[in-house]
Structures are given as C-alpha cells and as structure tokens.
Design a protein around this ligand. Structure first.
Ligand code: MG
Length: 369
C-alpha cells in the first residue's frame, strides 16, 4: 500500500468507494454479462446493475447492524470487477487457456482478478498502480481464492489478504455481508430475468416452496394481482424476507459473540448469516436456477459460443502478440498480459475483436432470446 495523506472530506472507505466508481473497470461492468449476454436485451441485469443491487442491499444491512456502510458499498461495487466477458462461460474458457498456456500460473479466478484490477491493472494515479485501496476493501473483494494463489499473495504481502485462506479464518463482517447479499441479489434477480426472457415460466416457479409462500402472501394481500406485477410483488417479498432474516440472524449472533474488535470477529467463525430455513430456501433457489435457467438449452448454446470466442481470442494473441494493443503488450510480458487483456473486455468489445481477427458473423452467438 502506498502511504497517502487522508482525504480532507472523506474517510478511507469513502475514498475507496469513490475511486472504484471512477475506475475504468467499473464502467466496463455495464457491458458485461450477468446471465444473459449483453446484446440479448436491454433490461436484463448486467454486472453493473447487479453490483448496484448488491451495494444497496449491503448498505441496508450494514446500517441496521451497525457495520460500516461505506466499506460495504466499496466491496459490493468492486466485487465483480475481475469478471471476464460472457459471465461464467468466459471465465471457464479463460481458466482453461491460462492453464494450458502457462501450467505454472494457477489458472484464472475472477475474485483474484478483481483484486488484480484494484491492485495493479487500473492505471490512473501518478504515484501508484491500481487504486491503492484499504486492506479491508481488498480483503472483501477477494471473496474466494485458491490455496495456490493465497500462497502467492502471502509471499508478496505477508499477513495480507491471502492469509485467511491459509488460516481458514473469516473476512471482516462487512465482507461477510457483501458475500451474502451478493447471493441474495442474484438468486432473486435471476428469477426476474429468467421470466423476462421467456426461459422460465411463472408456473414452474410455484414448485419452489419459498417462491410459492410469497406468491400466496402476495395474493392474500392483493387478490386481483396478475402478470408482471404479481411476479414483482412475489420477488419483492422474497428479497425482503431474505434481507430481514439476514439482519435478524446476524444481529443475534453478533450480540451473542460480542466480538471486541474486527480481528476477533475474523477469528469467530461466520457471524453474518441467515437462519437454517432461509439458507435451505437459498440452496433450493440456486438448484432450481441451475437446472432450469443456467443449463437451459438456449443459455447453453450461447455459453458454448462464448467459450469459443474467448478461446479463439486467447489463441490469436498467443500466436501473434502483435495483435495486442502496442501499449498493452509493452507493459507486461508473458501469457498474463493476454489473460488480463481478455478479462478486461466487455462482451461487445470481445465480439468486435473476434470479428476483426476471424471475420464478421463467426462468433455464433444468437441475437435474441
Ligand atoms: Mg456478484
């Protein structure tokens, strides 16, 4: 970390948040896939709107539980900065390419890449690379990390953000809030997007006990409700119930354990969480979405095409590094530069690059759901 003077009107977490909002990587989230590819429709969630929803939920939870709202907001806004184009399909393809291209690299992990973005890849400030964020923001951004990458981090930064994956301790309470609100956000908004796309039918959702419960509650409160408003009201209740449960359960655990400081909280096992019933409901939601949306034939078709696009790009740059932008290639060497370059692409930039290198219309992505 580079030693800086404190900002005159903001604390360090507020400055972290502001730097994230002004970063290039943050703006790219508008054109990165959450589940549906960016060109499939204007109203589907993107990584940007997903991150904003997580930030809203995390701030709400932090306010009631007495945690730091600005730290939660910073972590939530930055948590997906390292995502590749085309969502998990892009990530899987880039991981395979990275491992094949450099077996010593440890592969590609999006959380680790998010940390690279804020530590190294953003080039905006004269005195340092990255955004020079606080330990706590960086710790929260690194939601998951392989042991291999954790050991690499530990070598560069002893006792730093990689340490907890070696010691099996928890991140800050604010980071725990972001991890949970991330899941709550996507479990809920992916249902909305799934129905909007026509790939999920409303009646299918009634097989989910948690959805059925809030569907019935909505109709008791508003018996004439139908169509999209019924879906929105059911999802609104589903979202609120998960957040209120998270607040109640976490507040109770925090009161019981009463950690004296942040480090004691890190050693105390997960203190932020939902009740067993709500956690089971979330598992059911996730399982349902995996079976009926993420593995839907129409999604998988595009997933396969997206993997090919990422693989083609990687092979093109590896075979002819002159295809990389000159300033990019000159900055760093080896296969890592290709991984960083592809990981930073938006969906539509990746498709434009693919068209430039392989010809228009070769990507094979379907235009509309
Ligand atoms: Mg997320």
């Amino acid at each position: 970390m580079y030693a800086e003077l404190p900002a005159p009107t903001r604390d360090d977490y507020q400055r972290d948040r502001d730097r994230i909002v002004h970063s290039t990587a943050f703006r790219r989230l508008v054109y990165k896939t959450q589940v549906f590819l960016n060109h499939e429709g204007d109203l589907f969630r993107t990584r940007m709107t997903h991150s904003l929803e997580v930030a809203q939920l995390a701030r709400s939870v932090a306010r009631v539980t007495g945690l730091n709202e600005d730290l939660c907001e910073a972590v939530a806004l930055a948590h997906d900065l390292g995502h590749t184009p085309f969502g998990h399909a892009g990530q899987d393809a880039l991981d395979e390419c990275a491992r094949e291209g450099d077996p010593a690299s440890g592969g590609f992990e999006h959380n680790y890449q998010s940390l690279r973005v804020v530590d190294v890849l953003e080039e905006r400030y004269p005195a340092f690379d990255g955004l020079n964020l606080t330990f706590e923001a960086r710790e929260g951004i690194l939601k998951h990390c392989s042991l291999r990458h954790a050991h690499e981090l530990e070598l560069r930064e002893p006792g730093g953000v990689g340490r907890r994956f070696i010691d099996h301790t928890q991140p800050s309470l604010e980071a725990q809030v972001c991890n949970l609100t991330d899941e709550i956000a996507y479990n809920t908004h992916d249902i909305d997007d799934g129905v909007r796309s026509g790939l999920l039918a409303y009646d299918q959702l009634l097989a989910l006990p948690m959805f059925l419960r809030f569907h019935r509650e909505s109709l008791v409160a508003f018996p004439a409700l139908v169509g999209r408003r019924l879906l929105f009201e059911t999802l609104r209740r589903l979202l609120s119930a998960q957040v209120y449960d998270l607040i109640d359960t976490s507040s109770r655990r925090l009161a019981e354990h009463a950690p004296a400081d942040a480090d004691e909280a890190r050693r105390s096992g997960p203190l932020v969480g939902t009740s067993a019933d709500m956690a089971q409901g979330a598992v059911d939601l996730k399982r349902f979405l995996r079976a009926h949306l993420y593995r839907h034939a129409r999604v998988v078709e595009n997933t396969e095409a997206a993997r090919r696009v990422v693989r083609d790009l990687y092979c093109a740059y590896a075979g002819d590094p002159h295809q990389l932008p000159a300033q990019y290639a000159a900055r760093r060497s080896g296969r890592q530069v290709i991984v960083d370059y592809i990981a930073g692409m938006t969906d539509r930039f990746a498709l434009r690059e693919h068209a430039r290198l392989f010809g228009a219309g070769r990507a094979g992505l379907s235009q509309a759901i």
